[in-house]
Design a protein around this ligand. Structure first.
Ligand code: DAT
Ligand code: MG
Length: 140
């Protein structure tokens, strides 16, 4: 059975571009409940650790620099079928290929600065949520 939690970050581009409120509204309107949330900034070290699965990719250095370039909103979200439904809501990695109306289609700058993160599996949702939040910061 699919899980009911996913993890997200509103990335530095979308925060800097003033889309934090619009993105949170779209997430909540789509039926996701916020069970944990913080406004924070990743160090380069933390960003590198979060994305270490991509450390061999040519864009890794750029990705780490970008993700530590400014504040983000990190959150754990709850909904039936959360991981899959949230990936649908955010759209394809490259906003040029994202379905119209998706968060990336509306708010992302480009494939590297693409407005929002969404976990790709239940297992990673758990790992990523625990990376950012202590159990006492989650109000399920
Ligand atoms: P997603 O965020 O859709 O799960 P991913 O896990 O493949 O995509 O990659 C993580 C992030 O790395 C992605 O959100 C933006 C960046 N990225 C991915 N592919 C890229 C590329 N070809 N050029 C630049 N940045 C890229
Ligand atoms: Mg991914």
């Amino acid at each position: 059975m699919s899980g009911n939690r996913t993890f997200t970050m509103i990335k530095p581009d979308a925060v800097a571009d003033g889309y934090m409120g619009a993105i949170l509204a779209q997430i909540i309107d789509a039926g996701f409940k916020v069970v944990a949330m913080k406004y924070t900034k990743l160090s380069a070290e933390k960003a590198g650790e979060f994305y270490k699965v991509h450390s061999a990719r040519p864009f890794y250095g750029e990705l780490v620099e970008f993700m530590s370039s400014g504040p983000i909103v990190a959150a754990i979200l709850e909904k039936d079928n959360a991981v899959e439904d949230f990936r649908k809501l955010i759209g394809a990695t490259n906003p040029a290929q994202a379905e119209p109306g998706t968060i990336r289609a509306k708010f992302a700058r480009n494939i590297g600065e693409n407005a929002i993160h969404g976990s790709d599996s239940d297992e990673n949702a758990t790992i990523e949520g625990a990376f950012h939040f202590a159990g006492t910061e989650i109000y399920g």
